[in-house]
Ligand binder design. Structure first.
Ligand code: APR
Ligand code: PHB
Length: 403
């Protein structure tokens, strides 16, 4: 039987950032991931970091490539009724910016750093099972490539294994309360080999549905289109996607978008989901394992980072002093920020998407959009939520070894 202090299930952003924080504090951890490294590094997800998430990467020394490659945005644009409105986010929030650096870049940087530190991160593990998470001696059982079973004894388990993971579902029925809302829309996301047609993001509310122009680099643009939840990619050839983007993102007299080769397409369902509490005994849930936000405003990754910052602080405090207060407060502390982000993501989604079955809602959305784009107070309120909450939790550092 192997032993570690913290067993981390999942090598998404939550598991990897938690692993890095524990490493800096000198706490042992093993990360177990059931997919391959190539799969994890190639998964295309959202790409916008809140101020606090970008700062966390700096504190963790994972910011070198981000500093070189990422665009830093000070505002964004709202388009509706053929008009455009710039929202000066940084000006309205005391300088908070949004950093365009995508989830898989963070994952790549964090995996590389962990490999450089020669710390355990096992890919392609199978049949992960949590044994006694409600006892003082939890274990994780899993299979490795040769088919043999491994047992990892630990003090704590961090369930960072996403929405479909095993951690949340290992908790007995009746312990967790879950809240879920599905939306009557999905996002068709595309990556295109074309320079962005804009310096800042463009959110468009159009009768044909929402559209977003985002970006990954000076050569790669990212676009999203509202589509029905049962949309089939076969019905979305490239020329239809471009035609729809041109219509929805177009403005009166504005230049058309530059078009290029579409290299990736996928459809993502939109859901709000939360479980409470984010703890069961010595098992702590973080990130998508505990909550899902609709993708509007790109809060998912930022919430995962905020969770593990709190969790790492609480675990390190316990190892340093034996004080369980922060561990006991973890779920409530994390959920405060989660619900705030859930509320904003839901309201931004409702503001910008079109549900043709609800004409009154459509008129109300326009009233709100006009107010948002003309009232400084409304803009400031929107931006305060858009840029995210301040960081909570301390990044612990191992005492330097005596010389
Ligand atoms: N055993 C081991 N690993 C697992 C298991 C399992 N049983 N089930 C899932 N995993 C792995 C997945 O393969 C994935 O790599 O857990 C990881 C979970 O990562 P994410 O789904 O990215 O979740 P999280 O780290 O919470 O990320 C939060 O960032 O990736 C974005 O959009 C995503 O909003 C999300 C946010
Ligand atoms: C993205 O680039 O993936 C992105 C950006 C902003 C959003 C959502 C997604 O609001």
């Amino acid at each position: 039987m192997e032993r570690t202090q913290v067993a981390i299930i999942g090598a998404g952003p939550a598991g990897l950032l938690l692993g890095r924080m524990l490493e800096l504090a000198g706490v042992d951890a093993v990360i177990l991931e059931h997919r391959s490294r190539a799969h994890v590094e190639g998964r295309i997800r959202a790409g916008m970091l809140e101020h606090r998430t970008a700062r966390l990467l700096e504190e963790l020394g994972l910011d070198e490539r981000m500093r070189r490659e990422a665009f830093v945005h000070h505002g964004f644009e709202m388009r509706f009724d053929g008009t455009r409105h710039r929202i000066p986010m940084a000006e309205l929030t005391g300088g908070c910016t949004a950093v365009m650096y995508s989830q898989q870049e963070i994952v790549r940087d964090a995996i590389e750093a962990r490999a450089a530190s020669r710390l355990p991160l096992e890919f392609e593990v199978g049949e992960v099972r949590l044994d006694g998470p409600d006892t003082d001696h939890p274990k994780v059982r899993y299979r490795v490539a040769d088919g043999s079973e491994q047992v990892l004894a630990c003090d704590f388990i961090a369930g960072c294994d996403g929405f479909h993971g095993v951690s949340r579902t290992s908790i007995p029925a009746g312990v967790l309360t879950s809240y879920q809302r599905d939306y009557p829309f999905a996002w068709l996301g595309v990556l295109a080999d074309v320079a962005p047609s804009t310096f800042e993001l463009i959110y468009a509310c159009h009768e044909r549905g929402f559209a977003l122009h985002s970006m990954r680099s000076s050569e790669v643009s990212r676009f999203y289109l509202q589509v029905p939840p049962d949309a089939d990619l076969a019905d979305w050839p490239d020329d239809r996607i471009w035609a729809e983007l041109q219509l929805r993102l177009g403005t009166d007299g504005g230049a058309p978008l530059a078009e290029g080769a579409i290299t990736k397409k996928s459809v993502t369902a939109m859901r709000s989901f939360v479980v409470e509490p984010m703890r069961y005994g010595r098992l702590f849930l973080a990130g998508d394992a505990a909550h899902i936000v609709p993708p509007t405003a790109a809060k998912g990754l930022n919430l995962a980072a905020a969770d593990v910052r709190l969790l790492a602080d609480a675990l390190c405090t316990w190892y340093e002093s034996g004080d369980p207060t922060a561990l006991d407060a973890y779920s409530d502390d994390a959920l405060r920020g989660v619900w705030r982000a859930q509320q904003f993501s839901r309201s931004m989604t409702s503001l910008l998407h079109h549900d043709p079955s609800d004409p009154m809602e459509w008129r109300l959305q326009h009233a709100e959009l006009k107010h948002l784009c003309t009232s400084e107070a409304a803009m400031r309120n929107f931006c305060e939520n858009y840029v995210g909450l301040p960081a909570v939790g301390r990044v612990h550092r191992r005492e330097p070894e005596p010389t």
